[in-house]
Design a binder for this molecule. Structure first.
Ligand SMILES: CC(C)(COP(=O)(O)OP(=O)(O)OC[C@H]1O[C@@H](n2cnc3c(N)ncnc32)[C@H](O)[C@@H]1OP(=O)(O)O)[C@@H](O)C(=O)NCCC(=O)NCCS
Length: 177
């Protein structure tokens, strides 16, 4: 697909499903398309999926999942964003911005106040550009052998006006997404 074939206004829509084949269509079938294998973590699949299709080809994805989190002993539900992916030949053209915005717009309808994601340190500036902020504390996440400190960066975004990130120890009471 060449740049000429990208419509001026591509749109992100909700996907009825998102299979490993769909992910391969975007990222190929390499062993570590998200560059997080070194962390050795067990991840949860996402439940709601948003994507961008260009001429029938799936070229971008972002997924969502409700997650239980506690901050300073306060139990919250947050919406985890994960599986953010753009086809390598179409990066740098705003498709991640578009598909993450569609996912976050939907997250705002899910009742939670905070969106949460984990990313490699190199992607922190990109997500900051999309309106996300670093979670200042270490974040514990569940793993098969018990809780561990998340080695990746944790970021959050408000899903309602005026929401802050509370102080206190942060614990995700599930596998990460
Ligand atoms: C990470 C990834 C999704 C980004 O997709 P993309 O389509 O190239 O991103 P976009 O073009 O939408 O860029 C989003 C914004 O970040 C900005 N940005 C990109 N790289 C940046 C950087 N290093 N520093 C600051 N801002 C940056 C862009 O300029 C854009 O902002 P703008 O719309 O205001 O110009 C893509 O590289 C990818 O699929 N990587 C492999 C899978 C992966 O690692 N996913 C992340 C899982 S957390």
């Amino acid at each position: 697909m060449t740049e000429d074939l990208i419509p001026a206004s591509p749109t992100a829509t909700r996907l009825a499903r998102y299979t490993p084949t769909d992910q391969n269509e975007i990222l190929g079938d390499g062993a570590d398309p998200f560059g997080v294998a070194d962390a050795g973590l067990t991840w949860l699949p996402k439940e709601d999926h948003f994507g961008i299709r260009l001429e029938g080809r799936l070229v971008a994805h972002a997924g969502l999942l409700r997650l239980p989190l506690s901050i300073g002993g306060l139990d919250l539900e947050v919406v985890g964003v994960g599986g953010v992916a753009v086809a390598s030949d179409l990066r740098g053209r705003g498709l991640a911005r578009l598909v993450v915005a569609a996912a976050v717009d939907h997250a705002r309808t899910m009742g939670a106040q905070h969106g949460l994601l984990f990313c490699r340190p190199a992607l922190v500036p990109l997500y900051q550009r999309l309106g996300w902020q670093r979670v200042p504390q270490d974040v514990q996440v569940e793993q098969p052998e018990g809780p561990v400190v998340m080695p990746l960066r944790t970021m959050w975004t408000p899903l309602r006006p005026g929401v802050n990130w509370p102080a206190g120890e942060v614990r995700l009471r599930s596998f990460p997404m």
